[in-house]
Design a protein around this ligand. Structure first.
Ligand code: IMP
Ligand code: MG
Length: 174
């Protein structure tokens, strides 16, 4: 089956929006430090770009949970593959994700992080597919709401491909 990628959001659109979210976070967290948690691997490109646009002090940590294999549908099975290096106790934490789809991954992750006693816990996602939601999740910062299509680029993959595209594209199967 042939596969091609159509541009949904250009590099400029994505970067402009990330800049605006960075400014918003800098205002919301004025006089505080923000501790960004990147959900690997998809959130990595977004977190780097976002962190550069935040003007209050930033620290970073990474975690990895499995939810998707080479398939385009959520399995509902979530497992911590890599946990955080540092404690989040009493920190102002923002979880940075590539996309909220069914909401299963984030709902699980946020509940788990809440139990570790952060001072505050927020969620920032580059993309949101609200039509696909199965589990409710509170999203504090959203880059773009997108239709129910499988997207790649800017960290998002299809079978580990296309993460390095500097824009968001839709995978089409001909
Ligand atoms: P959820 O648990 O269904 O919300 O799935 C969240 C995870 O599924 C994301 O962090 C992505 O890794 C992956 N995912 C969901 N939709 C897409 C997509 O359109 N393209 C690539 N990955 C996706
Ligand atoms: Mg992800």
């Amino acid at each position: 089956m042939a596969e091609r990628v159509e541009v949904l959001l250009t590099e400029k659109e994505v970067n402009d929006r990330i800049r605006a979210i960075g400014e918003q976070i800098s205002r919301d967290y004025a006089d505080r430090n923000v501790h960004l948690i990147c959900v690997l691997k998809g959130g990595s490109f977004f977190m780097c770009e976002l962190a550069k646009r935040i003007t209050v002090p930033v620290s970073l940590d990474f975690m990895s949970v499995s939810s998707y294999g080479a398939d385009t549908k959520s399995s509902g099975v979530i497992r911590i593959v890599k946990d955080l290096d540092e404690s989040i106790k009493e920190k102002d934490v923002i979880v940075v994700e590539d996309i909220v789809d069914s909401g299963r991954t984030l709902s699980y992750l946020l509940n788990m992080l809440k139990e570790r006693g952060p001072k505050s816990l927020a969620l920032c996602t580059l993309l949101d597919k609200p039509e696909r939601r199965v589990v409710d999740v509170d999203v504090n910062y959203t880059g773009f709401q997108i239709p129910d299509e499988f997207v790649v680029g800017y960290g998002l993959d299809y079978a580990q491909k296309y993460r390095n595209l500097p824009y968001i594209g839709v995978v089409k199967f001909d």
